[in-house]
Ligand binder design. Sequence first.
Ligand code: GLC
Length: 547
Amino acid sequence: MTQAGPAPDPRWWRDAVIYQVYPRSFADGDGDGTGDIAGMRSRLAYLAELGVDAIWVTPWYASPLADGGYDVADYRAIDPAFGTLAEAEALIAEARALGIRTIVDVVPNHVSDAHAWFRAALAAGPGSTERARFWFHPGKGPDGSQIPTHWRSDFAGTTWTRTTNPDGTPGEWYLHLFTPQQPDLNWNHPDVVAEHLDILRFWFDRGAAGIRIDSAALLVKDADLPEVPDQPGPGEHPHVDRDELHDIYRAWRSVADSYPDSRVLVGEVWLGDRDRFARYLRPDEMHTAFNFDFMSRPWQAAALRASIDSTLEAHLPSGAPPTWVLSNHDVTRPVTRYGRDDSSFAFAAKRFGVPTDLAVGRRRARAAALLVAALPGCWYVYQGEELGLPEVEDLPLDVLEDPMHFRSGGLDPGRDGCRVPLPWSGSEPPFGFSPPNATHDPWLPQPKDWQSLTVEAQEDDPASMLALYRAVVRVRRTEASLGDGPMTWLDLGPQVLAFVRGDVTCVVNFGADPIDLPAHTDVLLLSSPLDAGRLPRDCAGWLRTTP
Ligand code: GLC
């Protein structure tokens, strides 16, 4: 298939700006309160104007939505709530014609309990070949009533659920690292391996330029099902970062490399150990992986400098470009996070009612955007980040959907607050998210006071977050030394991060006192106005300097 669009560029992924679309909350084309592909197609011009190189679309496949679509019932079908496969193909082609590539999300660790394989496994019973594609296991104890292992779920609680036999008696248990509606696949089974290679081809054949690999370090389990050691050494954890994973991604890379115009693999790899993280980026494995370390750090010069240094160092051996991520559909929105006394991010620490200064948070989030966009590598922008949306922390409890909230017993507020439908225009909900003749309210209610945060309101305001993001993407594109390539630190004291990229210097002031700008011939961008010619606290600037 020949496609309209930009000329092939085998290195496009090395410095791309990639916009994450969470389809359910992006734009609602048919008025049912749920975002969909029709909505995405109607807003492609917005993304082109923002100037992004690619979109990453979170799962849009047939799904009961037990985990927002990360419970996939059929990888080759679009959920009717989002549209049809033909619409997905049209979206990929239309985006491409505007110069925007599409990355789709593949969830290889688990499927939905509504997936045909799992239904067949339940029906076929113990010892069947159908069950061998999953982790079915007898319980411990004389009556099998004790769980096979005490592995803890990332979503709190146990990782095993007991089945019921056709005669009503208790049966085997099955493994699920996430919710019981997301049974884990057995990656030792050849069907599982073959099926995923075919899913990759299915989407590459439809023009996908890349695959985002969900929970990429979890797929392989130790088949002996041991307990998790107190201090597992590298490769010793029974279900995280097993050495066997690398062969899986080598096979995926071969499929990607068999297509023209660089099809890329980007892994969701949450690993503290930087050396182990780096192993996924070897030249015959993934192209890039999400760098969550930076996003987890507090807004402090030393902490962020340490993160940048260790990130660059981890990427040196492979030559893979780093990625920079301030937010996604799983974490607290940056303007909220950076407005707190503790501005670091950790899932386990999320709580309701943390005092937040949104004015401080917004100022820092603006500076953070200039900081990450100037660093070497790719930049991921999560929908609504460019509008400076805050985390919505006062959603009525009865609208919450996220299993992280429910499985924590209500302690963890969950991830719904960063998934509220986007405000596009107008002065009241649904703020243009749904068309005027909509039959339903947005699936999560938008705050009534989002009028000033709509695209429409920000478009004409040069001081808005949207105007800043547009300018950052534009300048990043025109400055050849930004994106991929080297950087050199400048020492401007412990409260300042400053680095040089060719003839552009990025400076960020974390300290209380304004600082003098280093020698420059021009100011390209500022996250906030100067204070009597000096760079104030929580402000970043891009300067034209002599290389
Ligand atoms: C990833 C996704 C998250 C999902 C989980 C389980 O972390 O980003 O949204 O809940 O995997 O699939």
